[in-house]
Design a protein around this ligand. Structure first.
Ligand code: MV4
Length: 449
């Protein structure tokens, strides 16, 4: 049993972990940069340690400082949150070398899933349906031409070390292939230090559906259904919901079992997300995330479980506190990501929060680390809050979201809140009839926000 956990993160996710620790009777240690001395996670934790100057690379990504903070405070385990070091296999290795516990999967599993070719190969062998494409890397333009013409255009070239949409190029025809191939390689090399690329059939109008999985590291695993994360802009999710408006219970159970069996088969430990493109009623694996995700609260809402508590339990070597048969969906949940950005340009808008009033009432959860007078620093991600609503069904959840948004006040900085008021008025959002391209197309053609 852990008696003290260090949270290697900031903002709302640090609060999320501190809250789980407190409920479990575990002491929490916050770490912070010099820019975050007055941050809510520092106030809410039992202890705090300053780990460096403002830049993330000097503080929240500073591994020696984090290990020292554990040694100074006697923390036995590290929760990485999301982003920062949450999917860094070397960090996990260093933690273990110091006799500490990483709350998450093994370094090996992080490494496997961090290399997209290896991830896909692993998943295919485990029976997970994948996007058709090259088996492994494509080393030459000639090889790319052969595979693409056999499969048919359009195709997409992806960097194996890529992620977040970087190092990805679409070729609509054979004429585009040379440029797509060389730019994907160059971007892979320059951004990720790895020029290896692979090729896939390009799916033109898919949805982004991700399956939440959870393993105990000993061959037992469950799935917690899907989240529909199709509403995104420039690979940043904006609005997520669970369950997906287009997935049937039968499809959910089928793909869910495939995913749970797959991660059970590799003795995966902790929370994971298996990402799919979903088109014409078929699932196509693209990537796996080996962390707790920003949008995990929508899954927590519909299943009535605490994913962070479960992560901590599994890291302590305890069994999962629920079996697949215990996991029954109750209602519908929606999350809005609120960023300190000015719309419609989505320009970051740091500054002082003059006034903050969180919404409340039945089925409303506001995860945020802001407060009246809080100064949002310019150094980090612009996410300042997540509004999550839960209701008996999708129409009721949408109405609850509109109501909660009407109560929410954030003044002093520009936020993406006007986007959500406008979004809720859209037919596609009301009916759930949208693809991964809908939001960007709508933003291009609708200057009203
Ligand atoms: C694709 C695709 C279409 N076909 N792969 C974007 C980020 C990375 N995670 C995978 N991505 C895509 N891969 C094939 N074979 C379209 C995208 C894509 C996308 C995927 C999910 C959510 C939003 C997206 C926006 C643009 C492109």
């Amino acid at each position: 049993m852990f008696s003290k956990i260090l949270i290697a993160n900031r903002g709302e996710i640090a609060l999320r972990v501190i809250r789980a620790c407190r409920e479990m009777g575990i002491k929490s240690v916050a770490v912070h940069s010099t820019a975050d001395s007055d941050a809510m996670h520092v106030r809410m934790a039992d202890e705090s340690v300053c780990i460096g100057p403002p830049a993330g690379t000097d503080s929240y990504l500073n591994v020696p400082s984090l290990i020292s903070a554990c040694e100074i405070t006697g923390a036995e385990a590290i929760h990485p949150g999301y982003g920062f070091l949450s999917e860094n296999a070397n960090f996990v290795q260093v933690i273990e070398d110091h006799g500490l516990k990483f709350i998450g999967p093994t370094a090996e599993h992080i490494r496997i899933m961090g290399d997209k070719i290896t991830a896909k190969e692993t998943m295919r062998e485990l029976g997970v349906p994948c996007v058709p494409g090259s088996d492994g890397g494509v080393d030459s333009l000639d090889e790319a031409h052969r595979i693409a013409s056999a499969m048919g255009y359009p195709v997409i070239i992806k960097a194996t070390a890529g992620g977040g949409g970087r190092g990805m190029k679409v070729a609509q025809t054979a004429e585009d292939l040379e440029v797509a191939f060389s730019t994907a390689r160059a971007e892979g090399k320059s951004v990720f230090g790895n020029a290896e690329v692979y090729l896939e059939k390009y799916l033109t109008l898919p949805r982004h559906i991700e399956i939440q999985v959870f393993g105990d590291g000993k061959g037992n695993a469950v799935h917690l259904g899907e989240r529909d994360c199709s509403l995104q802009r420039r690979h940043q999710k904006v609005f997520e919901e669970a369950p997906s408006p287009v997935i049937t219970q039968e499809q959910r159970q089928r793909i869910g079992k495939v995913c749970a069996d797959a991660i059970a088969g590799i003795n995966y430990a902790g929370a994971g997300t298996i990402e799919f493109l979903f088109e014409n009623d078929e699932f196509y694996f693209i990537e796996m995330n080996t962390r707790l995700q920003v949008e995990h609260p929508v899954t927590e809402a519909i299943f009535g479980i605490d994913l962070v508590r479960e992560q901590i339990r599994v890291a302590e070597g305890m069994p999962l506190s629920f079996g697949q048969e215990d996991l029954v969906i109750n209602g519908h949940a929606i999350e809005c990501r609120i960023n300190a950005e000015k719309v419609p340009e989505f320009r970051p808008s740091p500054g002082t929060v003059a006034q903050y009033h969180a919404p409340g009432g039945l089925g409303v959860r506001m995860d945020s680390a802001i407060y009246d007078g809080y100064k949002i620093p310019p150094y980090y991600d612009s996410l300042i809050g997540k509004l999550i609503v839960h209701a008996a069904d999708r129409p009721t959840a949408l109405a609850r979201l509109e109501r909660a948004l009407s109560e929410l006040v954030i003044e002093g900085v520009e936020t993406t809140l006007p986007l959500f008021d406008a979004l809720l008025k859209q037919e596609a959002v009301q009916t759930g009839d949208y693809t991964i391209h809908w939001l960007e197309q709508w933003l291009e053609t609708n200057p009203e926000i």
